[in-house]
Design a protein around this ligand. Structure first.
Ligand SMILES: NC(=O)C1=CN([C@@H]2O[C@H](COP(=O)(O)OP(=O)(O)OC[C@H]3O[C@@H](n4cnc5c(N)ncnc54)[C@H](OP(=O)(O)O)[C@@H]3O)[C@@H](O)[C@H]2O)C=CC1
Ligand SMILES: O=C[C@H](O)[C@@H](O)[C@@H](O)[C@H](O)C(=O)O
Length: 343
């Protein structure tokens, strides 16, 4: 797709661009002119011994988008799943593979990318994301999660996320990435980044679900032509959002599963969505995407306004700042616990 047409479409409301019957592989436009399939398989916390099968099963039942990261420590096994899919006749160009630059690699972007490509057994990824806008000490006491003596994360204060982005901007010309983007960016961080960016991020991957709609960052990204990918759509580990009555009611109305509503919600907003599972029956169940109408969306959008949940969006806005300073690690994990969502 022509990049200016893609930018035009990105700014349109979802109902103007979505076909009346969205599916797991509805192509959503990126500002590069490429598109991203609406549903991706998540691989965070997909254990060794399970993730190869999950990836190869997902692709065999029609998934075309897989979300990976160096820090997940399982890219070699994801790669085995990909090889199984290629052996069955799936072509590389039919898949959309994302991976992410970990925080201890901010000053070594191409090195981080090369490690991921090697583990995945790929020549290129479709999308390379800065995992968090928080550089961590590359020479600390742990290669992934260096800590200071007081237990807080060992952040690299000599390096900024803007420096990282400038290094990432050089990657598309190597042929090793088709597009670059960010993850866990708030409006504040994007406002810091964009004036210095010669490439606008194609994607901002953020935690997003009816408890955490993050309308401000979703609208901001849309106005800048940055596509949103929603992560933890089921509430992450143990899928706690399945218990939410407001979502159960919408599912009952359409006679579909709660998971189907939780995933379809993002596609109705024009976002892509990542669902993690290592369970074959769930991987298949999650493929079911339906079109939600405006009254469904109103019901789903009212859920976070319930007492207690209302504050979660505000807490989330402080996330990246808290990541820098918290001695307990990422803020959203404690926010999840605070609201009874297991981390
Ligand atoms: N950029 C970032 O910082 C982040 C990115 N991500 C990405 O997003 C992906 C998805 O988010 P994640 O946090 O993993 O959580 P999800 O919201 O996808 O929830 C995953 C959990 O839901 C369970 N589950 C999946 N499908 C069903 C179903 N149909 N019925 C019941 N339970 C189900 C899974 O169990 P089981 O596997 O046992 O079936 C697992 O416990 C990640 O895997 C990762 O790729 C996630 C977090 C942060
Ligand atoms: O993608 C998943 C998440 O971002 C995860 O990688 C981080 O939250 C990590 O566990 C951390 O503690 O910083």
């Amino acid at each position: 797709m022509n990049p200016s047409l893609a930018k035009f479409m990105l700014r349109k409301t979802p109902k103007e661009i979505l076909d009346p019957k969205p599916t797991m592989n509805t192509p959503l436009p990126l500002n590069t002119g490429a598109s991203i399939p609406a549903l991706g398989l998540g691989t965070w916390q997909s254990a060794p011994g399970e993730v190869k099968k999950a990836v190869s099963h997902a692709i065999s039942v029609g998934y075309r988008h897989i979300d990976c990261a160096y820090v997940y420590g399982n890219e070699d096994e994801v790669g085995e799943g990909l090889r199984e899919a290629f052996a069955s006749g799936v072509k590389r160009e039919d898949l959309f593979i994302t991976t992410k630059l970990w925080c201890t690699f901010h000053s070594r972007a191409e090195e981080g990318l090369d490690l991921s490509l090697k583990a995945l057994g790929l020549d290129y990824v479709d999308l390379y994301l800065m995992h968090w806008p928080c550089p961590m000490n590359p020479n600390g006491n742990d290669p992934k999660f260096p800590k200071l003596p007081d237990g807080s994360r060992d952040l690299d204060k000599s390096w900024s996320h803007v420096d990282t982005w400038k290094a990432m901007e050089k990657l598309p010309s190597t042929g090793k990435v088709k597009a670059i983007g960010v993850a866990n960016y708030s409006v504040k961080y994007l406002e810091e980044l964009l004036p210095h960016a010669s490439v606008t991020p194609a994607v901002n991957q953020i935690e997003n679900h009816p408890y955490l709609p993050q309308q401000e960052i979703v609208d901001f990204c849309k106005s800048k032509g940055i596509h949103i990918t929603a992560y933890s759509p089921l509430g992450s580990t143990g899928s706690p959002l399945f218990k939410e009555e407001g979502v159960q009611e919408v599912a009952k109305k359409h006679n579909v599963s709660v998971g189907c509503v939780l995933l379809s919600y993002h596609i109705a907003r024009g976002s892509s969505v990542l669902a993690k599972s290592v369970t074959p029956s769930r991987i298949e169940e999650n493929k079911n995407i339906i079109k939600l109408d405006s009254s469904d969306m109103e019901s789903l959008e009212s859920i976070h306004k319930k007492k207690g949940l209302r504050d979660l969006s505000i807490l989330r806005l402080a996330l990246t700042l808290a990541f820098r300073t918290s001695s307990r690690g990422p803020f959203f994990l404690s926010a999840r616990k605070h609201y009874g969502m297991p981390s």
